[in-house]
Design a protein around this ligand. Structure first.
Ligand code: ATP
Ligand code: MG
Length: 362
C-alpha cells in the first residue's frame, strides 16, 4: 500500500502524492506516457529511491526506510540488466548468493526457475550468446528465484520485436498466475496493460489518474486524460453546449444534436449552462448508417475526408463543422473519399467532460 507517496527531484514532481492499495496476488499494470513517473514510483517501492514524503507498506509493515535487500522485492529493469561477465546460471544464482542460501538450495532453485522459463538448456551460456527474448527470460528467472513477496517489472518487454512481445506477454502473465506473486508491471503500452493487468493504474505527471479493472477504465474513464489515453483510435472530443427542450436535454454544436438518454439526465440537469463541455465518443461507438446497429442512436452527416484502410477495420475521418469525426467501421465496408456519409452515435456510449477541469461528468 502506498500512502501519500511523493518523490521530487528538485522542483520536478516525479511522483506526486500517490495513494494506492495493491491486492495480494494481483497483477497491477502501471500505465502512463514517457516521463510520467512510472520508473520512479517503482524505484520508491523497491527502496532504490528514497522517498520525499509518504509511506510504503507491506501488509501492516512500514517498509519506507528499509534497505532494498531487506524488502524481499525483486525488480526486472527497463533495460534488463543481466551481467555480461556471468553465465546464465551465475546470473540467476546471484540474488541467492547475496541472501546466503546454501549451495544445495541454490542449485534446486536455479533448476526450478530455469525450467519454468524454458532456459534450462542455456545455463552455461553468456548473455551475449542469447537472443533478446532469452536474455529477458534470464532477467525474469533471476527476479523470481528468491520467491519475492512482490515482483516489480519495468517495461520488461519493450526491447523485443512485436511478435515475441505478444508471446512473452502471455508467458509472463501465466507465470505470475502460477506463482501467485503480487506483481506491479510498468508499461506505456495500453494493449499490454489491458491484456495483462487484473487492474490498471493510469499515471500522468506523477499523479494517479485512475485505478480500476480494464473495463472500468475503458467504459468509465474518470477524466479526459484517461479517456484519451485508452483506446485506439482515440476518443472523439467535441465541444458542445447543453440545451434543454420540452422533450429533454441535448448536447448541441454546429452540425450535431445529440439527445441525452434519461439515465444521464440527473447528472447533467444540475450543470451550469455557462461552462464549456466536451462530448466524448469512441470511434467504435459511431456506426455507419445502414449497418445493423444496437440501441438508441443519433444521426449526423459529413463528408469522408480520409480513409485508413486497415482491412481488418476501416477508420473513417469525417469532415464536420466542428472538425473531424473519427469512426471505426468494419473492414469490408464500401466507402469512398469525398462521399457524403451518414453515421449514428450510440447514445448509451456518450461521455461528457468539463472542459476546464477535464473531469468526467458522464
Ligand atoms: N535522478 C533524477 N533526477 C532528476 N530528474 C529525474 C531523475 N529521475 C527521473 N527524473 C525525472 O522524473 C520524471 C519521471 O521519470 P521516470 O523515469 O519515472 O518516468 P517514466 O514514466 O518511467 O518514463 P519512461 O516511460 O520514459 O521510462 C521525468 O521527468 C524525469 O526526467
Ligand atoms: Mg521508465
Amino acid at each position: 500500500m502506498l500512502k501519500g507517496l511523493k518523490k521530487y527531484f528538485g522542483r520536478m514532481k516525479a511522483v506526486d502524492d500517490i495513494n494506492m492499495e495493491i491486492k495480494p496476488g494481483e497483477f497491477l499494470a502501471l500505465l502512463g506516457p514517457s516521463g510520467c513517473g512510472k520508473t520512479t514510483l517503482l524505484r520508491c517501492m523497491s527502496g532504490l529511491e528514497r522517498v520525499t514524503a509518504g509511506k510504503v507498506f507491506f501488509d501492516d509493515d512500514d517498509i519506507t526506510y528499509l534497505s532494498p535487500k531487506d524488502r524481499n522485492i525483486s525488480m526486472v529493469f527497463q533495460n534488463y540488466a543481466v551481467w555480461p561477465h556471468m553465465t546464465v546460471e551465475k546470473n540467476i544464482a546471484y540474488p541467492l548468493r547475496v541472501k546466503k542460501y546454501s549451495q544445495n538450495e541454490i542449485r534446486k532453485r536455479i533448476i526450478w526457475a530455469a525450467k519454468l522459463l524454458s532456459i534450462d538448456e542455456l545455463l552455461n551460456r553468456y548473455p551475449v550468446q542469447l537472443s533478446g527474448g532469452q536474455r529477458q527470460r534470464v532477467a525474469v528467472a533471476r527476479a523470481i528465484v528468491i520467491e519475492p513477496r512482490v515482483l516489480l517489472m519495468d517495461e520488461p518487454l519493450s526491447n523485443l520485436d512485436a511478435l515475441l512481445r505478444v508471446r512473452m506477454r502471455s508467458e509472463v502473465k501465466k507465470l505470475q498466475q502460477d506463482l501467485g506473486v503480487t506483481t506491479i508491471y510498468v508499461t506505456h503500452d495500453q494493449v499490454e496493460a489491458m491484456t495483462m493487468g487484473d487492474r490498471i493504474a493510469v499515471l500522468e505527471q506523477g499523479k494517479l489518474q485512475q485505478l480500476g479493472a480494464s473495463d472500468e477504465i475503458y467504459h468509465n474513464p474518470s477524466n479526459m486524460f484517461v479517456a484519451g489515453f485508452i483506446g485506439s483510435p482515440q476518443m472523439n472530443f467535441i465541444e458542445a453546449e447543453i440545451t434543454s427542450r420540452n422533450d429533454g436535454l441535448y448536447l448541441r454544436t454546429k452540425g450535431l444534436v445529440v439527445p441525452l438518454l434519461d439515465k444521464f439526465k440527473a447528472k447533467v440537469s444540475e450543470l451550469s449552462g455557462k461552462r464549456k463541455y466536451l462530448l466524448g465518443i469512441r470511434p467504435e461507438h459511431i456506426y455507419v448508417a445502414g449497418q445493423a446497429q444496437p440501441g438508441k442512436l443519433a444521426a449526423t452527416k459529413g463528408k469522408v475526408y480520409f480513409l485508413e484502410l486497415l482491412r481488418s477495420d476501416t477508420v473513417i475521418h469525417l469532415q464536420k463543422e466542428f472538425g473531424f469525426l473519427v469512426v471505426k467501421a468494419p473492414g469490408d465496408l464500401k466507402v469512398e473519399e469525398d462521399e457524403e456519409l451518414e453515421v449514428l452515435f450510440d447514445l448509451n456510449r456518450i461521455h461528457l467532460f468539463n472542459k476546464d477541469t477535464g473531469e468526467a461528468i458522464l
